[in-house]
Structure formats: structure tokens, C-alpha cells
Design a protein. Sequence first.
Length: 231
Amino acid sequence: MCGRFTLTSTDPARIRTRFGLDESAEVAEEPRYNIAPTDPVLAIRRAAGGAREAGRLRWGLIPGRWAERRSGPPLINARAETLRTQPAFAESFRERRCLIPADGFYEWRNDERGKTPVWISRPDGDLFAFAGVWAALPERDGSGALHSCSIVTCEPNRLIRPIHGRMPVVLAPDQEAAWLDPDLAEDDLLSLLVPAPAELLVLREVGDAVNDVRDDGPRLIDPRRAQPQLL
């Protein structure tokens, strides 16, 4: 499961360099500390000519007209194990894959204290990319299309396992080009969808402000203050 994430390192030159974008590519992102389902998110896709392009996608896949009528939460996550066969995701997996830049994501630890949010990031705070799939749904009036996406999830690594039974697929930098490659075989694509090594991520407990999707700002990833003990 990945239900919230962060993209706080938004220097355009840094993003262009990290994700192989042309120097002229427009990247205008504000630091975001509480990206939530249905928000627009930065995504990197492979253009027709092979170059990479940056754009914004709605987080919560709408793969077709039938999805507009379905009830329930948005399709924010796609399970790696069923990506090839699940009707909502299969076509996007074959034809429309993307990278979703981030520098951290949240999960909630459930113990005797209740639910405590934790923020998971690289030790060096650097950018990384989730494996994503996307879809384009034409507007009924012909004015354009709604572009939406899901983040692919997999089994957790040993760092995440005590907290949650799923984690987002964090691609290694040398796997990102393969995920975008339109000619790569499906079995080879699926082989990329594995847990990131636990030693490449760290976690910290943070405050409860992240529970409110309307809240944002650097304080959301500050270390959680010790709670007073009742006698």
C-alpha cells in the first residue's frame, strides 16, 4: 500500500538531471509533504520519439468509462502480482508505464499506542522513482483527456514488514529505463517489481499532522516528539 508520499526536492535542474529529461523540459513543482490520492502528481513518461517527458497525472487510475461508474476508493495502487491479468491495469501495464518521482512515503505503525505515522526515505534524502502505470480517458466533450495513474506495490522488505503488508515498488536508478522501455518483454518487466533492499531506506516516526490531507509543510516530516507518559 502507498497512500501518501512526498516530493520535497523540487529544484527543476535536479529533477531534469536525475530523470534524464531534456534541459528545456518544463518542471514547475512546489515542495509537497502530503501528496494524497486524487492529487495531481509529477510523472515521467517515454514520448513517441524515445525521449522522456514530464507531466502531471491524477493519482487514482481511471482506465475506462466503466471506472467512472464504479464505487469505492480510487485505484491508487496496482498489485505487482496481478498487474498482467487484472483488467483495470493490464493494458496500462503493457502500453503505458511511468516513473513517479518522490523522496519519501508514509505508512502507519499500529501498536499499543495506536496508529503512528512513519516517513520512509533514502538515508541521503535523494530522489527516487516509484513504478507507475497510467491511462488517458477522453473527455466526453472532446476537449482533451483525463490522464491518471497508479503506483505499483509489492511484498514488503524487512524494514517495512513489521509496519505494513505492502510497499511501493521503488525502482533502482538502473531499472528506470527498463520500466519505460516499450519493447521489454512482460516477464522482464515483472522481474523489476520487487522490494527495494531494506538497507537503502530508513524510517522515522513523525507527528499526526500528516493524517489531515489538507495539511502540508516541512514540519510533517519532523521527528515525532516524545509523548508524555501517564502515571
